[in-house]
Design a protein around this ligand. Structure first.
Ligand SMILES: Cc1cc2nc3c(=O)[nH]c(=O)nc-3n(C[C@H](O)[C@H](O)[C@H](O)COP(=O)(O)OP(=O)(O)OC[C@H]3O[C@@H](n4cnc5c(N)ncnc54)[C@H](O)[C@@H]3O)c2cc1C
Length: 308
């Protein structure tokens, strides 16, 4: 272990942070794929984020900020990354229709809190298996709703330890994009402005959308959700199906037979299996339809070809 990583571990222990040495990323991603990282730090408060993330930056320790790992495709090869896993805490009301919560709160918990407080607007997010931070970062969306429709403000931390509050119109949110993809800031908390709504109707809409997910998506297999972004003017799943790639398999990775937009891990799939399926899908779809498909999950890999 290098000296700087030892310093970070000491600092984390002083801050009361749980640390796991040599964690396997497959244990922290919904794809259940990913090799050993240097160490994993559980950050369950703004204070811990503010203490440890700038410390790593200052000491040139390469790191990755992880939420619930539901949009991650991690290499099985070992990496030197320190993983900051932002997780935990609870939402709170800060105004009549406004909820604020730490980035580590699971979306399902935020949706449940909105329901309990008879606030509508987040129904679309029920069933997205991410954290608030990951959902803001990705501008997650489904069934006609997106995070950008309900966000009021976000606080974020830069590498020097400065905290800044952004209002909704400064977040540069568009389809699966937010300013945080370019700025490298860490999302600490988010405020959501919602509308008063009837509890039963919120609940009914959530159940209806969850049922749609269960019937259409291969939730019985590990995955990172939709593997490809929606190209302008078409649907990735439809293009893939038209190209005859439904069920296309390499090793233990497969274009789902239930939903062609998902690449699934049928059990023990490797990173290379998944990347081979993705490469073949992209190649065939481009050749047969002219559409260029882009990958939605964020890749963690130190191989030159996968670095941005
Ligand atoms: C079965 C299934 C269904 C899905 N359905 C949908 C869907 O309907 N719609 C949709 O949009 N997505 C969907 N997803 C994808 C995924 O759930 C979302 O993108 C989710 O928002 C990712 O959140 P996360 O906490 O898991 O982030 P991670 O996967 O842990 O991270 C994703 C990215 O966000 C960054 N990040 C995470 N937290 C922070 C933070 N606090 N500050 C800065 N950066 C951060 C990470 O560095 C990484 O680059 C689905 C995934 C699965 C497995």
């Amino acid at each position: 272990m290098n000296d700087n990583l030892k310093l970070l571990i000491d600092e984390a222990e002083k801050a009361g942070c749980k640390v796991e040495l040599k964690p396997l990323l497959k244990d922290y991603t919904t794809f259940r794929i990913g090799g050993e990282a240097a160490a994993l730090f559980e950050l369950d408060s703004v204070q811990k984020c503010q203490r440890l993330i700038p410390f790593a930056a200052k000491n040139n320790i390469p790191y990755f900020v992880l939420g619930r790992g539901s949009n991650i495709l991690a290499d099985d090869r070992k990496t030197d990354l320190a993983i900051f896993r932002i997780n935990g805490s609870a939402p709170e009301m800060i105004g009549e229709n406004t909820i604020r919560c730490f980035a580590g709160v699971p979306l399902v918990k935020l949706c449940g809190f909105a329901l309990d407080n008879e606030l509508g607007g987040l129904e679309f997010a029920y069933g997205i298996p991410g954290s608030v931070g990951g959902a803001v970062y990705m501008n997650a969306g489904a069934y006609g709703g997106e995070m950008k429709d309900v966000l009021a403000s976000v606080t974020a931390l830069d590498k020097s330890g400065n905290i800044r509050e952004y209002f909704a119109d400064e977040l540069k949110m568009s389809y699966r994009h937010s300013r945080f993809m370019d700025s490298g800031e860490v999302i600490l908390s988010a405020g959501f402005r919602l509308q008063n709504a009837d509890k039963d109707s919120i609940k009914a809409r959530m159940s209806e959308l969850m049922e749609k997910r269960r019937s259409k998506q291969p939730l019985e297999f590990p995955s990172a959700g939709s593997t490809f972004k929606r190209p302008e003017g078409a649907y990735a799943a439809q293009l893939i199906e038209e190209c005859g790639l439904k069920g296309f398999t390499v090793g233990n990775a497969q274009v789902s037979e239930k939903h062609s937009g998902f690449v699934i891990n049928r059990g023990g799939a490797s990173f290379d299996d998944v990347m081979s399926v993705i490469a073949e899908v992209k190649r065939t779809v481009a050749e047969k339809t002219g559409y260029k498909l882009d990958c939605e999950p964020i890749i963690i890999s130190e191989r030159e070809e996968y670095r941005k």
